[in-house]
Design a binder for this molecule. Structure first.
Ligand code: OTU
Length: 611
């Protein structure tokens, strides 16, 4: 007999969608039902609530445009489509990249030239009025920021990107909303249903939680609670005081957020970057991160996506210690996100540069389990946020060691031009600035800085995952100090790496006499090489081999690829035989070499010859 929930789903759909919907529901109903039961089953009216949710999901499936339904079908046939070495991501703020959504579309040729197949545009929905944490305080899930365009522009952009073979990724900021979102305004105006969308505590209860909570922005936004007189208490606000955490113990919140996401999926967004996923569930006496219920929520969300929009990918943005990262993929029976930021790999790459020792990268690689099928790491070098050193504590063994790394980047102790953040245990700055290009004056210093820039990118490109470039790094863009003069941004040094796209540098990108041209060419060469190596697909195992010199990172990928990275200022003579190959190889300071594992030949050369 058909369950009422399935009946409600099908009732919303035209006949031609029934068979597929029924099949997908059959595949996911067990996990969906179970997770929602565990989260909300104790509440009165649970079964009716679930049936209502399925009716809403059915309506959204009925409204899904035919082109997107076709995309769903193609991707269901090839669920690992995003794991191939053809995939390359790019991340940018729409306004900084192209002025607005139309301007971002006009940059498709720039993306195509690099080989980009995935574009993450940072928050472009209508943000809070005034300060909005770069759009991470969302006032409406159903409106585009009018300064950036309209919903029609968004639909047009997704269609044009799709035509160019590029999937649009958008942020789904599901941990919090802006204090001027209608849910927050309604709550402040006394609507009891909406008040339950948030965590409102009295002073003592807030203090009890605060005892075991960390702080994300200890300087710019200390504490985790904001006293809001209109709410008669302390509102949970993990990030800025104007970002109110949503209360996922309330099923209405889950339903409202899930359906908002599916509405956006129907506009053509193909990947959702689930912002701050680690923080979704609160538990007294803990740091309220990575709680089991946060995973149940993600499993339920994934099941809904698999039913309603199976062409869509979910990406976990959980900036947490290595051991917590794999959890965000879920399990074979209960998958969560398709993609997860490998944030400690990124952090370890920079730490290895500072220490001239690759041991932290080796430790992270060793702590990284093989990927489940149909999942991929997201690898990267820089993004719009800071590099948080503390997440490497397990690998580093002590905060002192990480303070040393932070000191190297933040205090001008070497070639790097970074600025401190989060009380000093984090760093901001562009990849070029942190690599020393900004400070480099001699040809020699420029050459070495470029090698370091390519070294960290090489690691992201060959570790195994979907590599995402951060806008401007392909042009070796320097730090932008303008934020210091803007009272709305001066307190948040992350703005140093959020400069507008530099037209002059872009015009120089083919000029091999310029550092920009050399960075761009070097990056493109690695990207082209990667595309030709099936062993660099996400799922192929990656092993950090024992290397005789601590500064050497030797990564073996599959049967064919051996990638060597020299994290030091010394020339290393590498015994390839000890690494399972043949002969020796001299690796210049901060240089890298991608070799055939057995012959020891440079893969680049082999590829050139084959062409
Ligand atoms: C995310 O950040 C976003 O990427 C930031 O830009 C936002 O400010 C923040 O959420 C609030 O929406 O904790 O796991 O350390 O890495 O805030 C998610 C700074 C996060 C960011 C951190 C991050």
């Amino acid at each position: 007999m058909m369950s009422t929930s399935l009946r409600r789903l099908l009732d919303a759909l035209p006949a031609h969608q029934h068979a597929a919907a029924q099949q997908r529901f059959a595949r996911r109903q067990a996990v969906l039902g179970d997770r929602l039961q565990r989260l909300y089953g104790h509440l009165p009216g649970h079964a009716a609530w679930f049936d209502g949710l399925m009716a809403e999901v059915g309506q959204l499936m009925a409204a899904r445009p035919a082109t997107l339904q076709a995309l769903d079908a193609t991707r269901e046939d090839r669920p690992d489509w995003f794991c191939s070495p053809d995939m390359l991501g790019y991340s940018a703020y729409a306004d900084r990249f192209g002025g607005n959504l139309r301007g971002a579309a006009a940059r498709i040729p720039h993306l195509r030239e690099l080989g980009v197949t995935y574009l993450h545009l940072l928050p472009f929905l209508r943000p809070r009025a005034g300060e909005s944490d770069g759009g991470f305080a969302v006032a409406s899930f159903d409106e585009v920021d009018p300064r950036l365009g309209s919903m029609a522009d968004l639909e047009d952009l997704t269609a044009r990107l799709r035509e160019a073979g590029i999937s649009l990724c958008a942020d789904m900021i599901l941990n919090h909303v802006a204090d001027d979102h209608p849910w927050a305004q309604g709550a402040a105006a006394g609507d009891p249903g909406l008040r339950d969308f948030f965590h409102v505590l009295d002073r003592d209860a807030a203090a009890a939680y605060e005892r075991t909570l960390g702080q994300v922005f200890p300087e710019a936004a200390p504490g985790n609670f904001t006293h809001v007189p209109a709410m008669g208490g302390w509102v949970w606000s993990t990030f800025y005081p104007f970002q109110w955490d949503l209360n996922y113990a309330n099923p209405a919140v889950f339903a409202a957020v899930a359906t908002a996401m599916l509405r956006l999926a129907n506009r053509g967004i193909e990947v959702f970057r689930l912002d701050s996923t680690a923080f979704l569930w609160k538990r007294l006496g803990t740091d309220c991160m990575n709680q089991p219920e946060a995973h149940l929520l993600l499993q339920a969300l994934r099941a809904l996506v698999d039913i309603a929009a199976p062409g869509v990918l979910l990406k976990a943005e959980a900036i947490v210690p290595t051991r917590e990262l794999p959890g965000y993929f879920g399990s074979a029976d209960a998958p969560e996100c398709h993609l997860a930021y490998h944030s400690t790999l990124m952090t370890a790459g920079w730490a290895a540069l500072a220490e001239q020792d690759a041991s932290l990268v080796r430790a992270v690689a060793a702590a990284t389990p093989p990927l489940p099928p149909g999942a991929s790491w997201l690898t990267y070098v820089r993004c719009h946020d800071d590099i948080g050193w503390k997440h490497l504590l397990a690998e580093a063994g002590s905060l002192e060691r990480l303070a040393g790394v932070a000191h190297f980047y933040n205090d001008g102790a070497g070639y790097a031009d970074g600025v401190g953040f989060q009380g000093g245990l984090a760093t901001n700055g562009t990849a070029a600035a942190l690599s020393g290009l900004e400070a480099a004056t001699s040809d020699q210093a420029i050459e070495l800085a470029l090698r370091r820039l390519l070294l960290v990118h090489g690691l992201a490109l060959c570790f195994g995952g979907l590599p995402v470039l951060y806008m401007g790094d392909e042009l070796a863009m320097p730090n932008d100090h303008a934020y210091r003069d803007d009272p709305a941004r001066a307190h948040d040094s992350r703005w140093i790496q959020r400069a507008p796209f530099d037209e002059a540098r872009a015009a120089q990108r083919h000029d091999l006499a310029s550092p920009t041209g050399r960075a761009h060419a070097g990056l493109r060469r690695l990207i082209r090489l990667r595309r030709q190596l099936p062993d660099l697909a996400a799922g192929v195992p990656c092993t950090a081999l024992d290397a005789a010199d601590p500064a050497l990172l030797a990564l073996a990928r599959g049967e064919h690829v051996l990638a060597l990275f020299n994290f030091s200022a010394r020339t290393l003579v590498v015994d390839l035989q000890a690494l399972g190959g043949a002969g020796t190889l001299a690796l210049e300071p901060w240089d890298q070499a991608w070799l055939d594992r057995r012959s020891g030949r440079h893969l680049g050369d082999t590829m050139e010859e084959a062409r």
